[in-house]
Design a protein around this ligand. Structure first.
Ligand code: PGA
Ligand code: ZN
Length: 427
């Protein structure tokens, strides 16, 4: 079945910044995809094309839309919608740059994602089943493929309920303090997360702190120290009637790039604690955290080019906790392979727009998994109502997802879609 048309419109993301919604057409049907956008982005991410100039403070995406209307449409009309690998190969070759800076990774991902949605619609398959099929079949739909109904794995969910760093206006350095409810079902985990979130709000109010929210929907009060962020979340878990380290675990995204200053030996500046720390000292702080709190993963604990630091961190605490590379790996197989070779981490964060196509996203997941790395599928801080990553995490069996707070439409769309999928599979 051949692609007949492609179009894109400029929409707003959850921060109010422009982004793209792309639609691909075949046989009277359209498949859509809305592109997310990061704030604490890694240097080595694929390029997000923005217009510059005055309108939308330079953040418009009309240039990316022009590329879709012209070169991309010309190259893809007539191509088989069920051959995702071919679609993505044409897109990357048409761009021709290392980081997709010519056409824009936002334009490319929009088309790549919309193609898979269209294909799933044409087959009358839920998106996660179509993703599973092409993930396992080397990027191409095979008509005779038998999909087993029974071996889909629902992911562990990480809810970001306390925001800091670049996602909030408070003094907390840790960008994300997440909770992972430890039940088997999505419905029960969503319930626990929502209850802890409600309790956290009550606690913050009772302490006369500010209940304003950060970009991912978590609370963002000013606190005396980074430890206090963890204490508050722990208090909310206990206050909701759950046992930390049994019913609910903690996870951190330090986003340490944002703390890193390359002008002294004490490179990591923690404003909330009024200290500057070396990588060794910062990992010692993590060690203290691990002894005190039930933390099961630390993302971007060190900066994206501090490879020696990451090796040291892995040696010291890698056997106790998931050490997740986000800005470190940027969903890029070259950087993931480097991490594997150096023994720098043990887990990878997957963000489609860091690399720019569905096929390359699959490649990153496969490489990580083949080397024993744990996998997290992730939203961005700038999100849309699109729930694609819920289907992605189920379809690829990645096992873990983070999609922000259990609140605000652009976050709940992912959790609500997981509720729907669980119901469908149980039914
Ligand atoms: P970002 O944040 O989307 O702003 O990069 C999410 C993360 O760091 O995991
Ligand atoms: Zn991160």
């Amino acid at each position: 079945m051949k692609i007949e048309d492609i179009k894109a419109i400029q929409i707003l993301d959850s921060r109010g910044n422009p982004t793209l919604r792309v639609s691909v057409k075949a046989d009277q049907k359209w498949g859509d995809f809305s592109v997310p956008s990061g704030a604490s982005t890694g240097t080595f991410e694929a390029h997000e094309l923005r217009d510059g100039g005055k309108a939308y403070h330079g953040l418009g995406v009309e240039k990316a839309i022009k590329h879709i209307d012209n070169e991309i449409k010309e190259a893809l009309v007539g191509q088989d919608v069920f051959d995702q690998k071919n679609i993505d190969r044409i897109l990357t070759e048409l761009d021709g740059t290392e980081n997709k800076s010519k056409l824009g990774a936002n334009a490319i991902l929009g088309v790549s994602g919309a193609s898979t949605r269209l294909a799933s619609k044409m087959l009358n398959l839920p998106l996660y089943k179509y993703i599973r099929a092409i993930f396992e079949q080397d990027g191409k739909w095979q008509p005779d493929l038998k999909l087993s109904e029974n071996n889909f794995v629902m992911p562990k969910m990480f809810f970001n309920i306390l925001n800091g760093g670049k996602h909030a206006d408070n003094n907390v350095d840790i960008q994300e303090t997440m909770i992972m409810p430890n039940r088997d079902s999505v419905a029960e985990n969503v319930k626990i997360a929502a209850e802890v979130y409600m309790t956290l709000k009550e606690i913050i109010k009772s302490k006369q702190l500010n209940v304003s929210l950060g970009d991912e929907g978590g609370f963002a009060p000013d606190l005396e120290s980074n430890n206090k962020a963890l204490d508050l979340v722990l208090e909310a878990i206990v206050g909701s009637g759950y046992k930390p380290g049994e019913d609910v675990y903690l996870a951190l995204d330090v986003a340490a790039n944002e703390l890193y200053k390359d002008d002294s030996d004490e490179k990591y500046v923690l404003n909330g604690d009024s200290v500057s720390l070396s990588a060794v000292q910062l990992v010692s702080l993590y060690k203290e955290f691990l002894a005190t709190y039930p933390i099961i993963s630390i993302e971007d604990g060190l900066a994206e080019e501090d490879w020696d630091g990451w090796k040291m961190m892995s040696e010291r605490i890698g056997d106790k906790v998931q050490l997740v590379g986000d800005d470190l790996f940027v969903t890029n197989v070259t950087r993931i392979q480097k991490g594997i070779d150096l023994n720098a981490a043990n887990s990878v964060l997957i963000k489609m727009n860091q690399i720019g196509t569905i096929t390359e996203t699959f490649d990153a997941i496969k490489l990580a998994r083949a080397n024993g790395y744990k996998v997290f599928v992730s939203h961005r801080s700038g999100e849309t109502e699109d729930s694609y990553i819920a289907d992605l995490v189920v379809g690829t069996g990645a096992g873990q997802i983070k999609a922000g707070a259990p609140a605000r439409g652009e976050r709940t769309s992912k959790y609500n879609r997981l509720l729907e999928i669980e119901k469908e599979l149980n039914g």
